[in-house]
Design a protein around this ligand. Sequence first.
Ligand code: 5GP
Length: 204
Amino acid sequence: MSKGKLFVISGPSGTGKGTICKELLSRSDSMRLSISMTTRGPREGEVHGVHYFFAERDEFISLINEGGFIEYADVYGNFYGTPKKQVEAWLDDGDDVLLEIDVQGAIQVKKNYPDSVLIFVLPPSIKVLRERLEGRGTDSAQVIEKRMGGALGEISLIGEYDYSVVNDNLEEAVEAVEAVIRVEHLKLTGESAEEIAGRYRQEV
Ligand code: 5GP
């Protein structure tokens, strides 16, 4: 069985990348979403093991030292990381895995998994991004300012990505990401030319 593919989705917070990921998962039986570990405290409604694995700083650092993360980064003063074990098990089972992580993490993933596919979700404009963050009502004015500054920095690193999708309309954005996933599966990267030709030769 061929291995699954690793898809990374990033973009400034407020671009709707979380909603896009949720939609992708509900429309596919072979796509898994990695649950990150973070040292940030849970927001209202967030559940341990569903939205994140919430951890203390020393627990997080122990896992870094054990080589337990595919990638990790300090985002707005908190650690966030992708635990390695589950992701590799899914890939070995032939499932695709979606990582919703920041730009620093995406760059590490590409380095360690060159076949991974990096997709950047853009907001239609900075004005819309601000409106979405304010409308969400989950962050203080100070945090929103920090995230707005961070957004421009993240967008300036878009050159590290393979694809970009503007989330103006959710349905169109989801369809665009689905198209990327389909195309990536058609690429001749998994099986070697010799293996493919060999399968056909056997039939002759
Ligand atoms: P939030 O605090 O809003 O849930 O997430 C803040 C940022 O951290 C988002 O850009 C999110 O994509 C990113 N993030 C979440 N999990 C991970 C992770 O495992 N690794 C990295 N590098 N970034 C993450």
